[in-house]
Design a protein around this ligand. Structure first.
Ligand SMILES: Cc1ncc(COP(=O)(O)O)c(C=O)c1O
Length: 433
C-alpha cells in the first residue's frame, strides 16, 4: 500500500469523500487521490516521493510557479509580525491601490476569503444597489457554492432555477435565471420576461468550469450593451481569468468594462483570498458606508495580503511574464491540435492564453450542452495514462489546464510526447481500454 492509499483510507473515515473539496477526489476519473507533500516551480511531489509536472497550479493561483521565492519571503516576513489582528493594516491599503491600478474598472474594492464569498457578496451588492432581486447566470458557469449560485440549469433557457444541490431551498434560487453561454438571444428572452426585475448578469468572461469555453466574438460586448440599456449590472467573475489572461484580466483582453468584478485565489498567490470591486457608487452601498451588509474576521489577513502583493507586483512590473505564458499556451494547445489532426482523433482543443483543455468530443464546444457531449470515461483513461507518465492534469473533464511561468518549453515537449503516445495507443480503440 502506498502512503497516499493509506492516508486516503484514514481520510474517508473522517472527511466526506476523503477530501475537503469534491474535485480533489478522483471520482470522475477513477483511482485514488495522490496526497501532496510539497511543490516547487512547475512540479508537485506526493507523499510517496513521486514527482509530477503540474497543470493545476492550485486551480490557478500559482501563476508564477509553486513556492516562488518572492512570495515565500513575503509570507515569512509577514508571519514574523503576527498572523491576524482583526484590525486594519497597511498592506490592505496597498492591495486596494494595486488592484485599482491594474484593473481600471475597479474604483473601490473589498477583500474577502474565497471566490465563493466574493461572488455571494457581489450579488448582494448588485441587488442592494439596484433594488432588484433577479440575476441571470449561464449554464455551465461556476460561481462558487453559495445557495443562489447552485442552480442546476436545464437545457436551454429556464425561467426559474432548480437547486443543483440538496439543502438549497427552492426559495433561494427562485430569482436565479439561467441563460445559454455564448447565446445572446437566450439573454434577451429572459430580459423580456423579467423586465425591470433583473439586478445583474453574472458571467465567467471565459468559461473555465465546463472545460475552457472562450466567448464568441461580440458575446461579452452584447452583454455590456444590454446591461447598460436595461439598468442591469454586469458582473465579471474573474476568479479564473483575473490577472491570468493579462494584468487587467479578461476585461482588459476583450476591452469590455463590467460594473463589478470578482476575484479569487490568484490574489492570494496560494493563500485563501477573494475580492470584489467595481464602480464607486456601487461599492459605497457596502457596509459600513452603505446598507448592504458584508463582513469577515479574516478578510484582508496580513499574511495573505503579503503573499498576494508580492505576486501581483511581479505580474504588474513584468509584462514578459504574460508573453511567456501565452507562448507556452500556444506551444501546448497548438501541439495538441496537431495531434488531434494527425490521428484524426474525435477530440476538440479549446484554449486562450495559458488556459485550455482537451474535450473528448469531436464537435466544437461553445456552451455547456456542447461540453456535455464529451466522453468522460475516455477522459478518465487519458488522465490515468498521463498521471502514470508523471503529468498531473485536472481529475475531471470539465476543468482547465493552467500553465505557469515556471513551466518550460521542455516541459511542454514532454507533455506533448506523452499525449502522442496516448493517442497512438488508444485512438480508435478507447472502448477496449
Ligand atoms: C469562476 C469561479 N468563480 C468562483 C469560484 C469559487 O471560488 P472558491 O473555490 O475560492 O470559493 C471558482 C472556483 O474555482 C471559480 O472558478
Amino acid at each position: 500500500m502506498t502512503k497516499s492509499q493509506e492516508l486516503f483510507s484514514r481520510a474517508v473515515r473522517l472527511i466526506p469523500g476523503g477530501v475537503n473539496s469534491p474535485v480533489r477526489a478522483f471520482g470522475a476519473v477513477g483511482g485514488q487521490p495522490r496526497f501532496i507533500q510539497k511543490a516547487e516551480g512547475a512540479r508537485i511531489c506526493d507523499v510517496d516521493g513521486q514527482s509530477y509536472l503540474d497543470y493545476i497550479g492550485s486551480w490557478g493561483p500559482m501563476i508564477l510557479g509553486h513556492n516562488h521565492p518572492a512570495v515565500y519571503e513575503a509570507v515569512v516576513k509577514a508571519a514574523e509580525n503576527g498572523l491576524s489582528f482583526g484590525a486594519a493594516t497597511e498592506r490592505e491599503v496597498e492591495m486596494a491601490e494595486l488592484i485599482c491600478q491594474m484593473v481600471p474598472s475597479i474604483e473601490m474594492v473589498r477583500m474577502v476569503n474565497s471566490g465563493t464569498e466574493a461572488v455571494m457578496s457581489a450579488v448582494r451588492a448588485a441587488r442592494g444597489f439596484t433594488g432588484r432581486d433577479k440575476i441571470i447566470k449561464f449554464e455551465g458557469c461556476y460561481h462558487g457554492h453559495s445557495d443562489a449560485m447552485l442552480v442546476k440549469a436545464g437545457s436551454g433557457v429556464m425561467t426559474g432555477g432548480q437547486p443543483g444541490s440538496a439543502g438549497v431551498p427552492s426559495a433561494c434560487v427562485q430569482d436565479t435565471l439561467s441563460a445559454v453561454y455564448n447565446d445572446l438571444s437566450s439573454v434577451d428572452h429572459l430580459i423580456q420576461q423579467h423586465q425591470g426585475k433583473i439586478a445583474a448578469i453574472i458571467v465567467e468572461p471565459v468559461g473555465a468550469n465546463m472545460g475552457v469555453v472562450p466567448p464568441k466574438e461580440g458575446f461579452l460586448q452584447g452583454l455590456r450593451q444590454r446591461c447598460t440599456k436595461e439598468g442591469i449590472l454586469l458582473i465579471f467573475d474573474e476568479v479564473i481569468t483575473g490577472f491570468r489572461l493579462g494584468p487587467a484580466g479578461a476585461q482588459g483582453l476583450f476591452d469590455v468594462t463590467p460594473d463589478i468584478t470578482t476575484f479569487g485565489k490568484i490574489i492570494g498567490a496560494g493563500m485563501p483570498v477573494g475580492a470584489y470591486g467595481g464602480r464607486r457608487e456601487i461599492m459605497e452601498c457596502v457596509s459600513p458606508c452603505g446598507k448592504v451588509y458584508q463582513a469577515g474576521t479574516l478578510s484582508g489577513n496580513p499574511v495573505a495580503m503579503a503573499a498576494g502583493l508580492a505576486q501581483l507586483r511581479i505580474l504588474q512590473s513584468t509584462p514578459q511574464i504574460y508573453e511567456k505564458l501565452n507562448s507556452l499556451g500556444e506551444q501546448l494547445f497548438e501541439g495538441m491540435r496537431r495531434l488531434v489532426k494527425q490521428y484524426q482523433a474525435p477530440y476538440t482543443v479549446n484554449s486562450i492564453g495559458s488556459l485550455g483543455c482537451l474535450f473528448f468530443t469531436p464537435s466544437s464546444v461553445q456552451n455547456y450542452e456542447d461540453a456535455q457531449r464529451s466522453d468522460t470515461a475516455a477522459y478518465g483513461v487519458y488522465f490515468r495514462f498521463m498521471l502514470e507518465n508523471g503529468i498531473y492534469l485536472a481529475p475531471a473533464q470539465f476543468e482547465a489546464m493552467f500553465l505557469s511561468h515556471a513551466h518550460t518549453r521542455e516541459d511542454i515537449d514532454f507533455t506533448l510526447e506523452s499525449a502522442n503516445r496516448f493517442f497512438a495507443r488508444t485512438v480508435g480503440n478507447l472502448g477496449e481500454k
